[in-house]
Design a protein around this ligand. Structure first.
Ligand code: SF4
Length: 445
């Protein structure tokens, strides 16, 4: 089933909005389209179709985002309509409207508290019918629990299943632990109550986010009888093998969240030969494969590694965000992937997951707009080292691109030599003087 595809709106080609097929975003390597298919289950044929379209109409670079969306890069104003037509011809309907996230195995995982999908669909319809003007990046999570729940996903509005699915906890502005609870509502009332919160956001203007709402005031207005307690935000990482009922689901992540279309198509063909029957996009840049028998699992992991996908949740590069770099973007000053590989090889001390690292081809910082503990950023004057900042922040020091690898080696060796037993990268960086890090990077020690 396909939905009508909207015409590209040139005015929407901007940062700050949520890029889609109808409203692509201008980046340094052309237009970027974010794609979340309506159907949660994709076939190998669907993946190959997406790969083919990414290659034909973009630069072939495909990303899976932290929220489990696909991003196709390097498109043009002329090629976006052709992409839209290609998706329609392939029967892949992109989701539109407010982003409402549900666990990737909603309705499949027997350990979930409730199937979040019907509630999410009803909420999507209610929001569309209300025709409200909401923040473009507004995010709603409907989490029914289960092995791959969304407890750690931050959202403007959260609904968490409670009381064996007969009630939902409504909260705003955070993940399951940090969001401010409004109340616990019976399943039959929860759409109305959630729509009251959505209307409150709309009333605060088109930039209003969940964190701006007063949860206590809303609880009083909605006559919430129960003040819900704070819950845990611990969630299993989707990379790796998971026992879901009687089946095993394999989570694979393209290295650094990126893959070339050819690798995705090759992976789809190879996994099909291993017995995989269905694919689902998942948070933390992951693609889930279903249908693998025990005997096909080891081979599936092997072919995934061969095609540049991680299959273990301790893959050291997980905490590194990279942009297209010189391989896909004219604005890039260096090969970001090679630099990330050098970090993995020589600065593993930074990669325990306690801090984010960012490798950016230029100060635009497409891959990680937020601050990172360590950023390597390409500039006209060389590769900058930014500590606890964004790619566009002034670098602490600059080095020529061809000296980057030994600089990373020196930084890694320096930090490793000073690390205390079982110390995290976050603690190590916090107690190390920035000047010492800069000296090590420059080779002045
Ligand atoms: S950050 Fe990377 S992808 Fe974005 S414009 Fe710069 S080089 Fe290109």
């Amino acid at each position: 089933m396909t939905a009508p595809l909207a015409r590209t709106e040139p005015n929407a080609l901007r940062r700050g909005s949520c890029p889609s097929v109808a409203t692509p975003m201008q980046t340094g390597d052309g237009l970027l389209v974010r794609l979340r298919p309506v159907a949660p289950a994709l076939s190998a044929r669907d993946l190959v179709a997406i790969a083919t379209l990414a290659r034909e109409h973009g630069n072939g670079l495909i990303e899976i985002t932290a929220r489990g969306n696909l991003q196709l890069r390097g498109l043009t104003e002329a090629s976006v309509p052709r992409l839209a037509a290609g998706l329609e011809a392939a029967g892949i309907a992109p989701q539109t409207g407010v982003a409402i996230e549900t666990p990737p195995l909603a309705g499949i995982d027997p350990s979930e508290t409730a199937n979040a999908a019907p509630l999410a669909d009803a909420l999507r319809r209610a929001i569309a019918e209300a025709s409200l003007v909401l923040a473009p990046k507004l995010a709603i999570v409907v989490d029914g629990g289960g092995v791959l729940c969304l407890a750690d996903m931050v959202a403007d509005i959260r609904l968490d299943a409670a009381a064996e699915g007969t009630a939902w906890r409504l909260s705003v502005g955070g993940d399951r632990a940090t969001a401010n609870g409004i109340g616990l509502f019976p399943a039959g009332d929860v759409i109305d109550r959630t729509m009251a919160v959505v209307a409150a956001l709309a009333a605060n203007g088109p930039a209003a986010r969940g964190r701006d709402l007063d949860a206590r005031m809303l609880a009083a207005r909605l006559d919430a009888a129960v003040a819900p307690e704070r819950l845990s935000a611990s969630a299993r990482h989707p990379i790796g093998s998971h026992s879901i009922g009687t089946e095993t689901v394999l989570g694979l992540a393209p290295a650094y969240g990126q893959m070339h279309a050819d690798r995705l198509a090759a992976l789809a063909h190879a996994l099909e030969a291993c017995g995989a029957t269905e694919y689902r996009l998942a948070p933390h840049r992951t693609l889930l494969a279903r249908g693998l028998e025990e005997r096909g699992l080891a081979e599936a992991k092997r072919v995934a590694e061969r095609e540049g996908f991680w299959s273990a949740d301790d893959a050291p590069g997980r905490s590194i965000s990279i942009c297209a770099g010189a391989a896909g973007c004219a604005s890039a000053a260096f090969d970001t992937r090679a630099a990330a590989d050098a970090l993995v090889a020589h600065a593993g001390v930074l990669l325990d997951g306690s801090v984010d690292l960012h490798v950016s081809g230029c100060p635009k910082g497409c891959a990680h707009p937020a601050k990172a503990a360590v950023t390597l950023c390409g500039t006209a004057a060389g590769i900058g080292l930014v500590l606890d900042g964004r790619a566009g922040d002034p670098p602490a020091t600059l080095l020529p691109a061809d000296t980057l690898k030994p600089a990373i080696e020196r930084l890694g060796s320096f930090l490793l030599s000073g690390r205390r037993e079982k110390e995290t990268a976050q603690s190590l960086l916090e107690r190390t003087a920035p000047a010492a890090l800069v000296s090590a990077f420059q080779g002045q020690q």
